[in-house]
Ligand binder design. Structure first.
Ligand SMILES: Cc1cc2nc3c(=O)[nH]c(=O)nc-3n(C[C@H](O)[C@H](O)[C@H](O)COP(=O)(O)OP(=O)(O)OC[C@H]3O[C@@H](n4cnc5c(N)ncnc54)[C@H](O)[C@@H]3O)c2cc1C
Length: 383
């Protein structure tokens, strides 16, 4: 078993970079859509064989057990080379919860199947009346003998149509004194008559999201993770690293690179007004990268992150949107064209970049919610 944390940062970065550059299929670089598992299965098998599916998991469960510094390097290299995130809700979300709160039997059963992608997971939290205010959720699970019987609906469930299992929050005690209490975290197989999945097409025409309907769906009681009615604090405990990762600079940096390619190819740098706006967004990207480096250093020193980390996500996503809006404007009438635009030697998909930027201010805690956090917990403004 290799202890990657023993390596110097530079050596580790070289190793990861070399693996991605030599092994990652060119046709999967910088995908503009979330792929189905079949599309990336071969790549997944390679990662699995190398033991690199779960960089943050402890080695006893098949992970790489990287410390914060190495983890950041791993993800930076992944993003730099345009390596797909894959179907990672098992690895990023439900796996860590099972490791922390699951029984030994749950760990032995589920964790290897997450790594091999024998089970492919989706996240069932949001509902039509419960997004930012997630504790409002109404999908309920009632114990019937040895099973939970589930009724209700989830929405915006990413890739549910290509998943075998859903981890979900369901109300198990409707009489609990507060709406955060009485919620449980349960694992549910999707291949059963009580679960129906309906896809929702995005603006870009992709079917990435779904609605998931539960009509007397069943799952064994042994698929409860943690204590009954205590799912809320558990599900919310998985912050930390994700809070810096979601604000990483790559989204804006990649878009700026695309904008630059487009503008060079289309001769837009001859226009002083365009140059001024380009400089503005380029400086925003630089400023954000400096801020990100500060938070990343904090993590590397093993220090906890404060609520001010919310700045990262707001800044990177809004800069990303500004860049893609400028790209559409720069493209003029061609800005509405589907597919890559050929300008000079470059082919830039202006519209796909624009569409990709739209939802980033919504997921992972919307930017309004991040601003609420900053105003209350950092600026101490009245609520
Ligand atoms: C790309 C993407 C992938 C997603 N994948 C999943 C998934 O796999 N599983 C899943 O469960 N969910 C998923 N979601 C759903 C996501 O978690 C919700 O969209 C998000 O929590 C916002 O909830 P909502 O859409 O219901 O909007 P609402 O909460 O109804 O918000 C609507 C608007 O009101 C604002 N708002 C709400 N409350 C406040 C407040 N207190 N103060 C100020 N403004 C407020 C919001 O910022 C937003 O602009 C995904 C969303 C996106 C965009």
């Amino acid at each position: 078993m290799i202890d990657y944390n023993e390596m110097s940062d530079a050596d580790f970065r070289r190793k990861v970079r070399q693996f991605f550059e030599t092994e990652y299929p060119e046709k999967l670089r910088h995908l503009s859509h979330r792929p189905k598992f079949a599309e990336i299965e071969d790549w997944h098998r390679k990662l699995h064989a190398k033991g690199w599916v779960a960089p943050a998991w402890p080695s006893e469960y098949g992970g790489m057990e990287l410390n914060a510094a190495k983890l950041l390097i791993f993800y930076e290299e992944q993003q730099r080379w345009g390596v797909v995130r894959g179907r990672d809700m098992g690895v990023q979300m439900v796996g860590p919860l099972i490791i922390r709160f699951g029984t030994d039997a749950q760990k032995a059963h589920w964790l290897p199947r997450i790594l091999s992608c024998e089970d492919i997971w989706c996240q069932g939290y949001s509902e039509p009346g419960a997004g930012s205010d997630l504790a409002n959720l109404r999908t309920n699970a009632v114990i019937d003998g040895e099973e939970f019987v589930i009724n209700g609906q989830k929405i915006w469930t990413t890739m549910a149509h290509d998943s075998t299992h859903i981890f979900m929050l369901a109300r198990t005690d409707p009489k609990a004194p507060t709406k955060q209490q009485g919620i449980s975290f349960i694992l549910v197989p999707m291949d059963q008559p009580g679960v129906k999945v309906r896809t929702i097409a995005t603006l870009a025409g992709e079917t990435e999201f779904c609605e998931v309907f539960f009509d007397d769906a069943r799952t064994p009681c042994e698929n409860l993770v943690g204590e009954l009615n205590k799912g809320w604090t558990m599900a919310k405990s998985l912050l930390g690293f994700e809070r810096v990762f979601i604000g990483a600079p790559n989204l804006a940096q990649n878009a700026l690179g695309q904008l630059e390619s487009y503008a060079r190819g289309a001769g837009r740098f001859d226009d002083p007004a365009f140059c001024e706006r380009f400089a503005e967004v380029a400086l925003d990207v630089e400023d954000h990268a400096a801020l990100y480096a500060r938070f990343a250093d904090q993590l590397k020193r093993g220090e906890p992150l404060g609520p001010d980390v919310s700045m990262l996500k707001i800044w990177v996503t809004e800069t990303f949107q500004k860049i893609t809006e400028l790209m559409i404007e720069a493209a003029g009438p061609d800005g509405g064209t589907l597919g890559p635009l050929q300008v000079g030697n470059a082919a830039v998909d202006v519209l796909a970049a624009f569409y990709k930027a739209r939802p980033t201010t919504i997921y992972g805690g919307s930017n309004e919610i991040q601003r609420n956090i900053l105003s209350k917990a950092v600026l101490r403004l009245p609520g």
